[in-house]
Design a protein around this ligand. Structure first.
Ligand code: PAF
Length: 296
């Protein structure tokens, strides 16, 4: 695996790969790699060669109240994991390389970026969209891979790619979970043993919603109440929000229709975790609601 630190060299490699007619897969990350990232790399390896992984802790996506300096960083451990995963290039630029003095541009995906995570973390999605667009420009991949755990982020990136007619195809991959259901996240390492135990309530709460939906419940308010009740039973969980939204607009809905998401965020001590379940309700040939698929 070749490690690249400069934008110019990464662009040079991307140009060379393109000239050879090869398809590149890019997995953008902020490091602190776990099995969730490896699943994105595996997806990239199935579709493309070479596979590029970027590691860049993006200061622009941290709200002023969040501690950018404390985000876990261990480039050497990550490098080893990427070698083992068969990655071809690691792109690990410095902040100065990505945002040289005088950098002024930002990308905002109107509407979608202001709600939910965007409301709690002002400027977060502007930072994400800006860095992702820049990474796509530098690495010029045919495919770029993102996890569905960050469902709002994935939706915003898909919107940006469509609006700006980007060449790269955005691929959204399933959530990877621990055996007890906790979605993998770089933040899980901050949980104390008690909080780690308590955090399983997120999966239980979504599973409760799944049961209700599979039994035919379609009222968003009732499903939300079941999720909140489950969260309230865990003393270590301080919920930020539970929302049921349309998968396209991310606006709250009253009744479950074709494609929607149950989204939740909660704090365990100082660690904030998010999770979600995607719900697809097929329309039967007669026009009525058909089969339901709940993806956790
Ligand atoms: O999901 C992440 O790790 C980051 O938000 C991303 C997409 C790498 C942009 O910095």
């Amino acid at each position: 695996m070749e490690v690249i630190h400069t934008v110019e060299w990464m662009k040079q490699v991307a140009r060379q790969v393109r000239a050879e007619g090869r398809l590149t897969g890019l997995v953008p990350t902020m490091g602190a790699l776990h099995a969730g990232h490896i699943s994105l790399i595996e997806a990239a390896r199935r579709d493309a060669s070479p596979v590029i992984v970027s590691i860049f802790v993006n200061p622009k996506q941290f709200a002023p109240s969040e501690d950018y300096t404390k985000y876990p960083r261990d480039l050497e451990a990550d490098r080893q994991k990427l070698e083992e995963a068969g990655v071809d290039f690691l792109f690990a630029p410095s902040v100065e390389e990505m945002y040289p003095t005088g950098f002024r541009t930002s990308v905002n995906v109107e509407g979608l970026a202001d709600r939910l995570e965007g409301k709690i973390r002002p400027g977060h999605f502007r930072g994400v969209a800006t860095v992702v667009l820049k990474l796509l420009e530098i690495a010029a991949p045919q495919f770029a891979y993102f996890g569905r755990k960050d469902a709002q982020q994935a939706r915003i990136i898909l919107q940006m790619a469509a609006d700006l007619a980007l060449e790269s195809e955005i691929v959204v991959c399933p959530i990877v979970r621990e055996p007890d259901g906790l979605a993998l996240s770089s933040r899980n390492r901050y949980l104390s043993p008690e909080e780690r135990q308590g955090s399983t309530v997120l999966y239980r709460a979504l599973s409760r919603a799944r049961r209700a939906i599979e039994e035919g419940e379609r009222e968003a308010m009732k499903i939300g109440a079941l999720v909140r009740k489950e969260l309230a039973d865990e003393p270590l969980a301080a919920p930020d929000y539970v929302e049921i939204v349309d998968a396209d607009s991310f606006e709250p809905i009253m009744r479950l229709t074709r494609s929607c998401l149950v989204l939740l965020a909660a704090r365990f001590g100082s660690t904030r975790l998010i999770d979600n379940m995607q719900v697809e309700i097929a329309v039967s040939p007669g026009g009525g609601a058909g089969a339901v698929t709940c993806s956790l």
